[in-house]
Design a protein around this ligand. Structure first.
Ligand SMILES: Cc1ncc(COP(=O)(O)O)c(C=O)c1O
Length: 458
């Protein structure tokens, strides 16, 4: 084991139950303490599964998890334990992973726009791998970090589905000029990077981007650089209901890599999968703290009748400056489940969810059809692991929700097998478990040599 994660970092749970069961347990405790604070439950076993699937589907690609996507301690510890690297966008994120013990060579300072103070921080903490896509960034790094190893960021996809706000990356036409400027400033360029955005990516976009990256590699090599690293960014789906499933994207990436960067060509491939790893592992619960009724006019209805149909606005203790900041990162509008089962004969109303009262423009969701709820009722949001947990204190004064981490014994055994450590003996394990589970689907990890474990248990 690598020592980043141990059994005290999470609750060991039994098979047969789900994250929802765990959530119910937390809710009982909170209700007993009259506590209405929003909270998460996180199934670390789900992240283990994702990691093993990633390695199986993209065997040549090393994942660097973007810390801005979820900087919670359990996630960072687990991914460090599994050997993943980390992509950081500022010094707070670098410090976060280094405080857990992650070595500098597993950290990629991936932000295209960096503050000079943060570049200096990276330099003094041994973080060398960085990106640039314009001359201003280049000269900042040339002045502040002489040992940086740079990746040139290219805007590789010009298709209509490309994210309109993705300003990251230079054009292929500008590559030569930027690489020549880097040469003049004695900056070491080691490869090419792209990030295609995260909104409903087509698998073909990756193939086009890998092809474009190869052209940029050629320019670098021509200018005398040793080009040995390709970063294919993030954008892999975090749930299964997306237009292109992860496996389809992976198949397309593998064939593009085989064509443009064949095995043995000396180029290492990395990616920055964020939402892929964490979305489905986290479930969020928030209670209603206030509500307002907005009468709606019914077209054609008479005066007396017009009050019977209403719209309801519910305020939660958390909003888009806190957990729901995921809405700013292209995550779909969350549909809550009700904690209490509604009476089937109660009418539903057009309902909206808002952040804490007084926070103007804190719109979480509109147009939901919900039965009438009360202050103190709980709403449950699934798939809330990505872009919901910040590395610094959230804006707007929302307190950070508590996170309860759990992992099933089978998933923990899989981690141990993956890392080449034989799992604990049967008797020792019995004492570690609470009678719950987060639903690891495999019955038992097979008894096989550690080297084969990842591919075999998924
Ligand atoms: C530059 C960059 N890389 C990687 C990611 C990760 O994207 P995702 O979470 O969709 O994998 C993001 C997300 O915003 C990003 O901006």
């Amino acid at each position: 084991m690598n020592g980043y994660l141990n059994e005290s970092n999470f609750m060991m749970v039994e098979e047969g139950f789900t994250t929802r069961d765990l959530l119910e347990n937390v809710l009982v405790e909170l209700c007993q303490a009259s506590n209405q604070q929003a909270f998460f439950v996180a199934d670390l076993g789900d992240i283990v599964k994702k990691h093993l699937c990633f390695l199986k589907a993209l065997p040549r690609v090393k994942p660097y998890f973007p810390v801005k996507c979820n900087s919670s301690e359990g996630v960072i510890r687990l991914l460090a334990e599994l050997g993943a690297g980390f992509a950081c966008t500022n010094k707070v994120e670098i410090a976060r992973v280094q405080n857990i013990g992650v070595p500098a060579d597993k950290i990629f300072y991936s932000s295209p726009c960096k503050q000079v103070a943060h570049i200096k921080y990276a330099a003094s903490h041994g973080v060398q791998l960085m990106t640039f896509d314009n001359e201003v960034e280049l000269s900042k790094v040339a002045r502040s970090h002489p040992r940086a190893r740079m990746l040139l960021g290219i805007a590789a996809d010009s298709s209509p589905s490309a994210h309109p706000s993705m300003a990251f990356g230079t054009t292929l036409e500008s590559c030569r000029h930027l690489l020549e400027t880097a040469k003049e400033q004695a900056v070491e360029v080691v490869g090419i990077s792209f990030h295609l955005g995260s909104r409903g990516l087509e698998p073909q976009a990756f193939a086009r981007a890998v092809a474009a990256a190869q052209l940029a590699f050629d320019v670098g090599t021509e200018l005398g650089y040793q080009m040995r690293l390709l970063d294919i960014g993030g954008g892999f789906p975090g749930t299964e209901d997306t237009r292109a499933p992860f496996e389809e994207m992976a198949a397309m990436i593998n064939s593009a890599l085989d064509l443009y960067f064949p095995d043995g060509c000396g180029v290492e491939i990395v990616a920055r999968p964020g939402r892929y790893y964490v979305t489905s592992a986290f479930t969020f619960a928030a209670s209603i703290t206030a509500m307002e009724e907005v009468p709606t006019e019914q077209p054609g209805s008479d005066e007396e009748d017009s009050g019977s149909k209403k719209s309801l606005v519910y305020h939660l203790s958390d909003g888009i400056h806190g957990t729901f900041s995921c809405l700013l990162f292209d995550s779909p509008c969350p549909s809550p489940q009700l904690h209490k089962r509604p009476c089937p004969d109660h009418p539903s109303h057009s309902s909206s969810l808002r952040g804490p009262p007084g926070h103007v423009e804190d719109h979480i969701a509109d147009g939901l059809e919900l039965p009438e709820l009360q202050v103190g009722d709980w709403l449950i949001f699934k798939d809330m692991g990505a872009y919901t947990i910040a590395s610094s204190a959230p804006l707007g004064g929302c307190p950070q929700p508590q996170i309860t981490y759990a992992m099933s014994r089978v998933a923990w055994k899989a981690v141990q097998l993956f890392l080449g450590k034989p799992p604990a003996a049967e008797d020792d394990r019995e004492t570690l478990c609470a009678p719950l589970s987060c639903g690891w689907e495999t019955a038992e990890a097979p008894c096989i040599t550690p080297a084969l474990a990842p591919a075999s248990i998924i």
